[in-house]
Design a binder for this molecule. Structure first.
Ligand code: SDX
Length: 422
């Protein structure tokens, strides 16, 4: 049997065959043979928006690979900075390339003093850190006007390096501002995750010290959150980038998408949900409310994974390592009971709803000392490398500007009526 489909227009009886390539069919044949007939797919549940070689997800099998490398192996053996290099460049670095990459990232962690003193300090005292981060990313485009030259690959790589390096600095500044603490400057002799923890939590000590298990757990969380193919925020980065906006504006738009509770805001929503449930014996009532459609079980379900999210499994193991150091999180028992109840309930089984990356990450972040309003910011720090890898790939492919069509269902033509006659 040929690897193709045949489409027949019953209005004319005419048929045309379309080959199946890389698991999809090209829309050009549809456009050429059925001009003016649009394929309606709100939410893009069945639509491929691009060709990409960055991340592969096999939802039914619970598979996630970055540039072909299984997420389980990267989480166990790699570092976030090495994974960021892999996502952006397509290959794992050799020792020399890795050392140069770490040097470059380490030496781009500072932000302009005017940015800190006049922009970050200008926020309202109770500004949400994710609102601050989203705004800060857009504001950074004004400090690097040369970033608009998106045709120059070397310039793109410089901006990519700057953004990956500065995300922790921006994130920590948002937090320190929100608690009225002075900013902590980056320290070049600390690893990427350790430096971030220092900028977040250092007080008066000369050096911020913490358990290596904590630093490693955070690096693993960064690896797991680095990319996830065409999720809502990455598709946003590609869409804004397709207009040839600069990378700071493109990732600012992506951060705005990630801010939504259906996407990156879910880890904060999970913790709020666990607090609302309150006690172990309230779990069954809560599940009953979900099944009545009164609310969603945050941290469960996924557009692509109709099996376990492999990241959730890895995060659950990382949580055990963190709790050995910090002591268990009292909400863990409620989360485990929720998971057990949902995994054995036909409502969730029939809808293929399993824990996703957000179900346990919030518990770890809270045990590491991060407040819930910082959780989505923690998601953005590594995801910027995924956003930028896709932004760069989109430009390398000379992609066309994103401009979908619609099916118009509004009023037919009608004459204007003066206000006195309405
Ligand atoms: C992330 O795309 C990515 O890759 C995102 C992400 C990444 O790394 O970038 O993986 C990160 O965003 C993970 C998802 C975090 N969000 C949440 O945990 C919020 C709770 N989950 C949902 O809102 C929902 O599952 C989505 C948004 C994640 C997926 O939504 P879909 O695919 O559009 O599913 P759907 O809304 O069509 O739901 C199908 C059915 C519906 O029931 P019926 O109308 O058929 O009766 O499942 C139900 C939904 O009501 N359902 C849920 C549910 N999620 C879906 N019911 C209860 N609780 C839930 N969480």
């Amino acid at each position: 049997m040929p690897d193709s489909i045949t489409i027949t227009d019953n209005r004319t009886g005419e048929s045309f065959e379309v080959p199946i390539v890389d698991g999809g069919v090209d829309s050009a044949e549809w456009k050429n043979n059925l001009p003016g007939l649009w394929f309606n797919d709100p939410g893009y549940t069945t639509t491929s928006a691009c060709l990409s070689s960055i991340t592969e997800i096999k939802g039914d099998e619970g598979i996630l690979r970055y540039r072909g490398y299984p997420i389980e192996q990267l989480a166990e053996q790699s570092t976030y900075l090495e994974v960021a290099y892999l996502l952006v460049n397509g290959e794992l670095p050799d020792k020399g390339q890795y050392d140069q990459w770490v040097h470059d990232i380490t030496h781009h962690t500072y932000t302009h003093e005017n940015f800190r003193r006049r922009f970050v300090d200008g926020f309202h005292f109770n500004a949400h850190p994710m609102g601050m981060l989203t705004s800060s990313l857009a504001a950074m485009s004004t400090f690097y006007p040369e970033a608009k030259d998106i045709e120059d690959p070397a310039n793109r790589m410089l901006q990519i390096t700057r953004l990956i390096a500065k995300l922790p600095t921006l994130a920590a500044a948002s937090y320190r501002f929100s608690i009225g603490m002075p900013y902590v400057f980056p320290e070049n002799d600390l690893s990427f995750p350790h430096n971030f923890l220092s900028m977040m939590f250092k007080v008066a000590e000369d050096k911020y010290e913490t358990d290596p298990a904590i630093v490693r757990a955070l690096d693993i969380l960064f690896i797991l959150h680095a990319d996830h193919e065409q999720n809502c925020s990455t598709t946003t980065a590609r869409t804004v980038g397709s207009a040839h906006a600069d990378p700071y504006s493109s990732v600012a738009a992506a951060a705005a998408a990630l801010y939504g509770p259906r996407h990156g805001g879910a880890n904060e929503a999970v913790l709020n949900m666990l607090d609302e449930i309150g006690t172990y014996d309230q779990v069954d009532d809560f599940i009953a409310g979900v099944k009545r459609g009164e609310r969603r079980l945050m941290g469960f379900g996924h557009r692509v994974y109709k099996n376990f999210d492999p990241r959730a499994t890895i995060i659950k193991n990382a949580a055990d390592e963190v709790f050995k150091v910090t002591g268990s999180n009292p909400r863990l028992d409620i989360a485990l009971k929720l998971e057990e109840a949902a995994l054995n309930d036909e409502y969730f089984i029939s809808r293929k709803l399993y824990p996703n990356v957000d179900f346990y990450s919030g518990l770890i972040y809270q045990s590491l000392g991060f407040p819930p309003e910082m959780f989505t910011v923690l998601f953005a720090i590594p995801r910027v490398s995924g956003w930028l890898a896709h932004w760069n790939e989109m430009l390398e492919h000379n992609s066309r500007i994103t401009r979908p069509r619609q099916l118009y269902t509004g009023a037919a033509e009608r004459p204007y009526v003066a206000i006195g006659d309405r």
